[in-house]
Design a protein around this ligand. Structure first.
Ligand code: DAH
Length: 360
């Protein structure tokens, strides 16, 4: 049979110079595929006489085996080379020490919550909590805000879903932390002193309002707690919180359904060289709402108003953070911008406490 040597030289050459597995596969198909050159020659054997078929068959089979072996060897070599290449490019030194990552920071809101808690804990208040999805009884009724009360509208409440046909009043995203007063009194009774920081929700959005924000509620109930105790407590708090030697508060008569009498509290401040100074100057800024807990609120929470009385107050935590740390835009608080967090965040290792300093 003529030409087998040429064939062999051609295919072995093609195999040797195949650059990758796809190229090698092309060579295999051309030689040994169904319609490959060698396969076709095998088929031609059928038309030969027995003697010729035997001689040519042996030669063809040997050639086929040789090409087959060359293909396999090359395939293995290509595979090894590809793996080597990968290992080189994906090289990883597992003995390399970890790179020090920048530690995370504590969000100003968390920081202020810690500060508040530290200050009030020092005055004998414990921390109370309640759910963010609240029943309308806790959020409104128990706080002496009946269904038709106008302040229900003022709160721009988010309502939870109720199935059609379910006529119970829908739950709400709590619009203030005041319902925690009710829960705490129902759980602990009187006397009680609690501070309840947490998230609250109202439909509102501009430079100073976000739909979710934070409040802290304070409550102190005992046999003879008065407005004077409220005033002292808030002054102590402001001095400690703003870290100034003295503050001046102004109580303005106001109205909240859950307190009687009610007062809004302003703090004296000034702006010097663009910097806010708390405790001096001739400007006043509102920082919280407060009052003596309404007898109906005590009664709703199962505390006898003939024996117990006390004060409550509610303040905006985000607002307090903006004031103390000079942060201009409330919306940035909740945008999770790492640059903002690094700039305004606090070291996780500096836990605020009164003895060591709140925000050093
Ligand atoms: N709940 C009020 C609000 O969301 C704040 C407030 C005012 C809370 C007076 C009180 C209070 O406990 O006595 O605006």
């Amino acid at each position: 049979m003529d030409g087998l040597d040429t064939l062999k030289a051609r295919y072995l050459g093609a195999i040797a110079s195949a650059a990758d597995e796809a190229g090698l596969e092309d060579v295999r198909v051309a030689a040994l595929g169904k319609k490959g050159e060698i396969s076709l020659k095998m088929r031609d054997l059928g038309q030969m006489d027995p003697a010729g078929r035997q001689a040519a068959g042996a030669l063809l089979n040997a050639l086929k085996d040789e090409i087959d072996a060359a293909l396999r060897a090359k395939k293995t070599a290509l595979g090894d080379a590809a793996l080597d290449e990968r290992l080189k490019s994906e090289w990883l030194d597992v003995t390399l020490p970890g790179r020090p990552r920048r530690p995370g920071t504590v969000h100003p809101v968390s920081q202020v919550m810690e500060e508040l808690t530290a200050i009030f804990a020092d005055m004998g208040f414990s921390v109370a909590e309640g759910p963010q999805v609240e029943s309308d009884w806790y959020n409104f009724d128990a706080l002496n805000i009946p269904p038709e009360h106008p302040s229900r509208q003022e709160h721009d409440t988010f309502f939870m879903h109720r199935d059609p046909g379910d006529d119970r009043p829908p739950h709400v995203l709590r619009t203030h932390t005041s319902p925690v007063q009710i829960r705490a009194m129902m759980q602990e009774g009187a006397p009680i002193r609690v501070i309840a920081p947490g998230r609250v929700y109202r439909m509102d959005m501009d430079q100073t309002h976000t739909p979710m924000f934070h409040q802290a509620e304070g409550l102190a109930i005992d046999r003879d707690i008065s407005m004077a105790n409220l005033k002292w407590t808030l002054e102590e708090f402001c001095r400690a919180y703003f870290e100034v030697p003295s503050v001046e508060l102004r109580f303005r008569a106001s109205h909240f359904p859950f307190t009687e009498p009610s007062a809004e509290v302003d703090i004296r401040y000034s702006i010097v060289g663009g910097q806010l100074r708390i405790g001096e100057g001739d400007r006043w800024m509102e920082i919280l709402g407060s009052g003596m807990v309404h007898p109906k609120v005590l009664a709703a929470a199962g505390v006898d108003p003939d024996q117990w009385q006390g004060f409550a107050f509610g303040m905006g935590i985000d607002r307090l953070a903006m004031l103390k740390y000079g942060i201009p835009d409330l919306r940035a608080f909740f945008e999770s911008d790492l640059r903002w967090l690094r700039h305004y965040g606090f070291s996780p290792l500096d836990v605020p406490d009164l003895a060591g300093g709140l925000s050093l």
